[in-house]
Ligand binder design. Structure first.
Ligand code: GSH
Length: 258
């Protein structure tokens, strides 16, 4: 789990649960969804990605990769959305979202890991190519600031491809990202053909992690027609009151964009 020693020490004083998040970000959405499923009160620190509110010394002082979400729990900073899910589940076990037998626990962890590992090469690549390329265009000053603050090579490379002159994501990059995600969705659809949920017979962290990613891709007209069981699973989840509060309502709020 990623527990950060924040350079921005103001957050050490925070009491209770505070979440830095963006309204349309699927990584933020999965954390909001778990918070609502557990009925936990939390303080919102909304970050407008399109206004580069994440590209500041202050925010990099909380999340060293400059991304959302970041959870602060009684002054402890936890980053990486899937690690935050595991952290909250441990800190607030009731109601629990690992309600499957021991033999299935590793499967939940594999779904969380897969969700984290495929974000940048899959969903984020598709998004930057298709969905929010214009909204996420930085000015020259913002690019310079970003490249000064960002120390992570993978993020420097990814954003360089979007921000630097002469570089851009190509249709080939988007196709590769789509095949990666399609491979996962074929597998999910097969599981969901015979099961109500991704792991065992309960709604778990695996479902909570993946459902907001489907929302994001649907927002970019990703074609899910080949995955009817996945679509039915998503429909079931999206009708949950916690999902409406955590995802639907937040996405409907109007900020400039993204
Ligand atoms: N692995 C990270 C990925 C976080 C991430 O990429 N967040 C996006 C929104 S979904 C973001 O902050 N994008 C802005 C940027 O990369 O500058 C996690 O799961 O928390």
């Amino acid at each position: 789990m990623v527990v950060v020693e924040p350079k921005n020490t103001a957050v050490l004083e925070y009491e209770g649960l505070h979440l830095y998040h963006a309204h349309r970000s699927n990584c933020s959405g999965r954390v909001r969804l778990l918070l609502e499923e557990k009925g936990l009160p939390w303080v919102s620190h909304h970050i407008q990605l399109a206004k580069r509110e994440n590209v500041t010394e202050d925010y990099f002082g909380i999340n060293p990769k400059g991304v959302v979400p970041s959870l602060i729990h009684d002054g402890k900073v936890v980053t990486e959305s899937n690690d935050i899910l595991a952290y909250l589940e441990e800190a607030y076990p009731d109601p629990g979202f690992r309600a499957v037998s021991d033999q299935f626990q590793p499967e939940i962890d594999q779904w969380l890991k897969l969700s984290g590992d495929t974000h940048m090469p899959g969903i984020k690549t598709i998004q930057y190519y298709k969905i929010n390329a214009a909204a996420m265009k930085k000015t020259d000053e913002e690019v310079a600031l970003y490249r000064r603050l960002q120390k992570d090579p993978a993020y420097l490379e990814f954003h360089g491809k979007h921000d630097l002159p002469g570089q851009s994501f190509s249709s080939g990059d988007a196709d590769k990202a789509q095949s990666l995600m399609d491979g996962i969705f074929v597998n999910m659809d097969g599981i969901l053909a015979n099961n109500e949920w991704l792991v065992g017979d309960a709604y778990t962290l695996a479902d909570i992690s993946w459902s907001p990613s489907i929302t994001t891709l649907m927002g970019g007209d990703y074609d899910f027609d080949a995955y009817p069981h996945l679509k039915a699973w998503y429909d079931r989840i999206s009708k949950r009151p916690a999902f409406e509060k955590a995802i639907t309502e937040w996405r409907a709020r109007t900020w400039d964009d993204h």
